[in-house]
Design a protein around this ligand. Structure first.
Ligand SMILES: NC(=O)c1ccc[n+]([C@@H]2O[C@H](COP(=O)([O-])OP(=O)(O)OC[C@H]3O[C@@H](n4cnc5c(N)ncnc54)[C@H](O)[C@@H]3O)[C@@H](O)[C@H]2O)c1
Length: 251
């Protein structure tokens, strides 16, 4: 049986992903800072709940050690934890909220990848799926701090992809637009009033399955309402030229 970890597994997208992976026959470790929420989801999918502060380096490594001890393997890790910034547009910056958002949205990805990589590599490889955001690809003007964290997470995933592939681990970043979960808060009502279609958490989970099942799948994927998940193509950067005009090859 495959073992999967879903962080933020007690929330809207995380719980949908946990259900979807359980339907595939995987045993899901549902990790969340909110243990009662993780426990409800784990109970529903016959998985295992754990309390995790995903923004804490030691907590991530403790969890990886615990999974090693209890299951001896990790096949799939969905690094999905995220919070909103609570910082709207040009408001004066609240440094505590800024640090929280960077910690939960960015540190959790860096620490999570660091913690699960040795365990996956020891088992011959695995799959890491990171829940980024359309804000990773397009600046959300009303939410610059959130945009910063999601852009940073995507940059890290892209930079790590080849290094992880060398250890047998595939990593993908899924970048959804607005998803109908508690995270939307008051913006849910505004979006619906404006006729802006929301994605369901189940659609996000299904998109992750599509990516996982696509041979040689791209690292970065967008997901917007009314469309299937699509590999996202970045514009090439201009080539660096030597003084003699020849092109410097990039890695
Ligand atoms: N909802 C959207 O519109 C939307 C759109 C694009 C991307 N996303 C991303 O999807 C992911 C999941 O968000 P969601 O919409 O399901 O939100 P959600 O609020 O429903 O779920 C988030 C979960 O993360 C948990 N969590 C928060 N901080 C944590 C921490 N430090 N350690 C462990 N768990 C923690 C919460 O308890 C909650 O269960 C996030 O990364 C979010 O940025 C959401």
């Amino acid at each position: 049986m495959q073992i999967a970890l879903v962080t933020g597994g007690g929330g809207g997208i995380g719980s949908a992903v946990a259900r979807r992976l359980a339907r595939e026959g995987q045993h899901v470790v549902v990790a969340d800072i909110d243990l009662p929420a993780a426990t409800r989801v784990a109970h529903a999918v016959q998985g295992t709940p754990v309390r995790l502060n995903a923004g804490d380096f030691d907590d991530n490594h403790r969890l990886a050690g615990w999974i090693t001890e209890h299951f001896g393997q990790l096949d799939v890790a969905v690094l999905n934890v995220g919070i909103n910034s609570g910082q709207r547009g040009a408001q004066p910056l609240d440094p505590a909220r800024y640090r929280d958002c960077v910690n939960v949205n960015l540190d959790s990805i860096v620490f999570g990848i660091d913690a699960v990589t040795p365990l996956m590599a020891a088992g011959g490889g695995g799959l890491i799926m990171v829940t980024c955001s359309l804000s990773s690809l397009w600046p959300e003007v009303s939410n610059p701090v959130y945009t910063l964290t999601k852009t940073g997470a995507l940059g890290y995933v892209r930079a790590m992809a080849r290094l992880l592939a060398e250890r047998g681990i595939a990593i993908h970043a899924l970048c959804p637009s607005s998803v109908d979960t508690p995270m939307m808060g008051p913006s849910r009502g505004r979006a619906l009033a404006q006729g802006f279609p929301l994605i369901s958490p189940d659609q996000v989970a299904e998109a992750m399955m599509t990516i996982a099942e696509t041979p040689g799948a791209a690292t970065t994927w967008s997901l917007v309402a009314g469309q299937p998940p699509m590999p996202y193509e970045f514009a090439p950067v201009p080539p660096t030229l030597r003084p003699d005009g020849t092109v410097v090859p990039v890695n």
